[in-house]
Design a protein around this ligand. Structure first.
Ligand code: DGL
Length: 246
């Protein structure tokens, strides 16, 4: 099986990391729209149009499944993508919500959703969470975390940013890392919020692929290739580092 993974840039590699570990696919083709990142500051029409361009890009590769690793694109473009192809199109928001539904949390558990401004403005995580019975939800746009992760900045600057964003929340049970970049500061976020649980989009996608598509690990090693709309070498360099490829 050949899967296409799409993100606005390099962040979706955090999702690829989980998929690679699960070893479901013969081949993974990754496409990052690095020429037009970030999506998190764009409007709905633009996000849909860019996402459809990505689907068009994958038409050359005869993929069997299309994974939208980008939370922002999942929030705005999933339906449009599904209407434009016959293959399954899977987003990270439904997977994140499914992971919570299957957890041992109850309907009063305090859930905090983090994401780009566009993802939070869409309110899609909260809408889906309310539909499955959760009612204690806070959604916070934390766009500053994106450049911090890309620059590899942690320490006092990340601490100050967390203080700024999280000053009004307490007693958090679980944080949804609703942006491709946030798994890279998962430990820091959890620690700051008193060791709360976290939902990681990559692990959530793996869980959904197992449950809904019955995918299992294969014995062959996955072939993986990387494409980007700008600076593909830069993306390959990040991929080598984040995915620990030889
Ligand atoms: N990939 C985006 C997301 O997961 C984050 C970066 C961007 O704003 O494009 O929402």
């Amino acid at each position: 099986m050949r899967v296409g993974v799409f993100d606005s840039g390099v962040g979706g590699l955090t999702v690829v990391k989980s998929i690679l570990k699960a070893n479901f696919f013969e081949e993974i083709i990754y496409y990052g729209d690095t020429a037009r990142v970030p999506y998190g500051t764009k409007d709905k029409t633009t996000i849909i149009s860019y996402s459809l361009d990505a689907l068009e890009f994958f038409k050359n590769f005869e993929i069997d499944m299309f994974i939208v690793a980008c939370n922002t694109a999942s929030a705005y473009a999933l339906e449009e993508l599904q209407n434009n192809t016959d293959i399954p199109v899977i987003g990270v928001i439904e997977s994140g919500v499914l992971a919570l539904e299957q957890s041992d949390l109850d309907d009063k558990s305090h859930i905090v959703v983090l994401g780009t401004r566009a993802t939070i403005d869409s309110d899609l995580y909260a809408k889906h969470l309310r539909k499955v019975g959760f009612s204690n939800i806070d959604s916070i746009a934390t766009p500053l975390f994106v450049p911090l992760v890309e620059e590899g900045i942690k320490g006092s600057i990340l601490d100050e940013s967390m203080k700024f964003y999280f000053s009004e929340i307490s007693k958090v049970d679980v944080v949804i890392l609703g942006c491709t970049h946030f798994p890279l500061i998962e430990e820091e976020i959890s620690l700051f919020l008193n060791n709360c649980k976290t939902i990681h989009s990559g692990d959530a996608i793996v869980n959904l692929l197992q449950k809904r598509y019955n995918l299992k690990a294969i014995t062959k090693k996955t072939k993986i290739s990387f494409f980007a709309s700008s600076n593909p070498d830069g993306l390959k360099k990040v991929a080598k580092k984040w995915l620990e490829l030889e």
